[in-house]
Design a protein around this ligand. Structure first.
Ligand code: COA
Length: 163
């Protein structure tokens, strides 16, 4: 079941971060901030009462920004990330966004393949974007039925660089 997360899901979100990102995980304080922030949205996929995947989205005006997506290893390659991304795009559309954007490490071939398949295009390279020195690609997708504003330029604040 795919649903919106609430503050009660903080431990479940933390577990997914620990399992999927280890020492590059988001801090618990950031997860809590996202869960309590009206400009952010956390989506989770749950099976038998256990969260096995999560997506974190930030609304930046007319742009939805995917901060993180993670599926626990044993649940991968079953389309869960794809469903989460579609749900995030729906949520962004509902909030009046015309674009979804994200940053992804240039070595993260699985995530890049996922995003490309969903129609995300590479916008540019962000050298040493992450705190451990890895470069990132900025990727974005124009959503169908865009609202009035066709293009919004957004500064790249390196939220991911803490990971
Ligand atoms: C990237 C990630 C979220 C994908 O989750 P998933 O649920 O396995 O993805 P899906 O099943 O929806 O995959 C959809 C498509 O993406 C591509 N893809 C996904 N994982 C892939 C991999 N390891 N290698 C190559 N292509 C891959 C494939 O085209 C796949 O379709 P297919 O299975 O029919 O070939 C998952 O591997 C993950 O959690 N990785 C660790 C966390 C991470 O790096 N997150 C992204 C940065 S925040």
């Amino acid at each position: 079941m795919l649903r919106r997360a609430s503050i009660e899901d903080l431990d479940g979100l933390q577990r997914i971060e620990d399992v999927c990102f280890q020492d590059r995980r988001f801090r618990r304080e950031l997860l809590e901030w996202i869960l309590r922030n009206a400009r952010a949205l956390a989506l989770v996929e749950e099976a038998e009462g256990r969260i096995r995947a999560a997506l974190l989205l930030l609304f930046e005006g007319r742009v939805g920004r995917v901060l993180s997506i993670a599926v626990e290893p044993k649940a991968r390659r079953r389309g869960i990330a794809t469903r989460l991304m579609f749900a995030a795009e729906d949520a962004a559309r509902d909030r009046g966004c015309g674009i979804v954007r994200l940053e992804v490490g240039t070595a993260n071939l699985a995530a890049i393949a996922l995003y490309r398949r969903l129609g995300y295009g590479t916008e540019g390279l962000l050298p040493k974007y992450y705190s451990w020195g890895e470069d990132a690609f900025e990727m974005r997708k124009v959503l169908e039925r865009p609202p009035d504003v066709p293009h919004v330029s957004v500064a790249s604040v390196p939220i991911h660089s803490s990971r």
